[in-house]
Design a protein around this ligand. Structure first.
Ligand code: C5P
Length: 405
C-alpha cells in the first residue's frame, strides 16, 4: 500500500530523535524511500551518516549548501515527496511551524511545501502541557497538519506523563493509514464526545463515573482511519489520543457542551460520553474540611445540560446524523428506544453496563443498534471492532443517502 511512496522525514533535536532511525528502517522495509532532513540540534542526537546508511538516501542539513541546492533545493525536496513526516517534533519546531518561522532547511521546507504534514511531538510533560505548546498544537491542527501522539509514558528526563513520542510502529501505522486507498468518509467532519465528566465539589474533589472512554476513543480512531476529519471532545481519561484525531480535553459537562457547540458544523456527531446528569450548584472555593460525624456543607445539585439532546434539537446546526449511546442496567432496549425519541437522535447504541457484564472499563462491548425502523443486536466483540462496525454502518448510511439524493 505504501510501497514506492516517498516520505520526506524531518528530524528535529530531541532525545526521541534516535527513534527516527527505526522509522526510517521500518519504512525502508516496506519499500518507502525516505530522504531525511536533520536540524542542527538533531545532529547532536543522530548523525547524517547513520540516517544515510539506513535510508540509502542523501541526508540534508544545510539551507545554504551550494552543492545541495544545485542538486536538489528545498522546494524540490518537498515537491518530490508524497508526504512529510516530522519525527520527533520538538516544542521548538512546533512553535516555529505554528508561526511560519523558517530559519533553517527543515523549517523552510515545512513552510514552502504544499504536501501534507504528519508530526510526532516529543517533549517533557511540562513543555507539552504549557499553554504555548497547546496553542501551537491547536494552530497546527487547524492548519490541517496531523499529529501522531504524544503518548503517556516514561520519559528520558525521568518523569512520567504525556509527551513521550509515539512508538515507531505507530508512526509508520499513521503513515500507512494516510496512504490507505479506501477513505469513504473523506470530506466528512465527525464530532465525538467520550469519557466521563468531572463535576467539582471543591478544588480537589469531584463527582465522577467509571467511564473509561475506550469506546469513544476507538470510534474516533476508526473514523479517522476511514478518512473523516475527527474532533474528539474528551472528559478526563487515561488513554492515548487516537492517531490523527483532534482531541479537546474537558472536565465538566458544561465545558463539553461548549466545545461541542464550538466545533460545529459537523456532518456526524456521536455522543459516547457518560455525562454527569447533575453538578454541584456552588462548588466550594477552598477544600472542604472534615467535620466530625457529618459533611461540612450541604451539596445542592443542578441539572447539567443534555449535550446530545441540545445538538440533536439544534434547528440550524444539527449534524445530518446524530448518534447517542444508552448505557443501561435494566430494560436496556425499552429504555434506549424511549431515549432515542426523547432526545431526538437518529440512532442509539444501547448496552447493558451492569457490573457483571464487565463492559464499563473493559475492552469488550455488546450492543444493540436502534434506528427509526429497525434494531439489531450485535455479537459481543472488542470495543475496537464495535467502532469499526459502527463506522461501516455510517458509511453504508451515507452511500444510501447519496443514492437516494
Ligand atoms: O440520558 P442518558 O445519560 O442515559 O443518555 C445517554 C446519551 O446521552 C449518551 O449518548 C450521552 O453521551 C448523552 N448525554 C449527553 N449529555 C448529558 C447526558 C447524556 O450528551 N447531560
Amino acid at each position: 500500500m505504501i510501497e514506492n511512496k516517498r516520505v520526506l522525514l524531518i528530524v528535529s533535536g530531541g532525545i526521541a530523535a534516535f527513534k527516527a532511525l527505526d522509522v526510517i528502517r521500518l519504512l525502508k522495509k516496506k519499500g518507502v524511500s525516505t530522504p531525511v532532513i536533520l536540524t542542527k540540534a538533531a545532529q547532536e542526537f543522530v548523525t547524517p551518516l547513520t540516517c544515510s546508511v539506513l535510508s540509502g538516501e542523501k541526508v540534508y542539513t544545510d539551507l545554504f549548501s551550494l552543492n545541495d541546492e544545485l542538486e536538489m533545493g528545498h522546494i524540490e525536496l518537498s515537491r518530490d515527496a508524497d508526504l512529510i513526516v516530522v519525527v520527533p517534533a520538538t516544542a521548538d519546531l512546533m512553535a516555529k511551524m505554528a508561526h511560519g518561522i523558517c530559519d533553517d532547511l527543515a523549517t523552510t521546507t515545512l513552510l514552502a511545501t504544499d504536501k501534507d504534514i504528519i508530526f510526532a511531538p516529543a517533549m517533557n510533560i511540562r513543555m507539552w502541557e504549557h499553554a504555548a505548546t497547546q496553542r501551537n498544537l491547536i494552530s497546527l491542527l487547524a492548519d490541517g497538519h496531523k499529529a501522531v501522539g504524544p503518548v503517556e509514558g516514561e520519559m528520558a528526563c525521568g518523569e512520567y506523563g504525556y509527551g513521550r513520542m509515539s512508538e515507531p510502529e505507530d508512526i509508520v501505522g499513521a503513515i500507512e493509514t494516510y496512504f490507505q486507498k479506501a477513505k469513504p468518509l473523506a470530506g466528512k467532519k465527525i464530532l465525538i464526545t467520550a469519557g466521563p465528566t468531572h463535576e467539582p465539589i471543591d478544588p480537589v474533589r469531584v463527582i465522577a463515573n467509571l467511564s473509561s472512554g475506550k469506546q469513544g476513543y476507538a470510534i474516533a480512531q476508526a473514523a479517522y482511519d476511514a478518512g473523516a476529519d475527527v474532533t474528539l471532545i474528551s472528559g478526563p481519561v487515561s488513554l492515548n489520543p487516537p492517531l490523527g484525531v483532534k482531541v479537546i480535553k474537558v472536565q465538566t459537562a458544561e465545558q463539553m457542551l461548549q466545545h461541542t457547540q464550538n466545533s460545529l458544523p459537523a456532518d456526524i456527531a456521536i455522543f459516547t460520553a457518560a455525562v454527569a446528569d447533575w453538578r454541584v450548584e456552588n462548588p466550594a472555593e477552598e477544600k472542604v474540611k472534615k467535620t466530625a460525624g457529618k459533611l461540612g456543607f450541604d451539596l445542592n445539585f443542578v441539572e447539567n445540560p443534555d449535550i446530545l439532546a441540545t445538538i440533536a434539537q439544534d434547528i440550524t446546526r444539527r449534524p445530518e446524523l446524530v448518534i447517542g449511546f444508552a448505557a443501561e442496567t435494566e430494560k436496556v432496549i425499552e429504555n434506549a428506544i424511549a431515549k432515542r425519541a426523547k432526545k431526538q437522535c437518529d440512532w442509539i447504541i444501547a448496552n447493558d453496563v451492569s457490573p457483571e457484564t464487565g463492559i464499563m472499563g473493559g475492552d469488550k462491548n455488546k450492543v444493540h443498534i436502534i434506528k427509526a425502523a429497525q434494531q439489531n443486536a450485535w455479537d459481543e466483540m472488542p470495543k475496537t471492532a464495535v467502532a469499526k462496525k459502527l463506522i461501516d454502518e455510517i458509511i453504508h448510511h451515507f452511500k444510501i443517502e447519496a443514492r437516494d439524493a
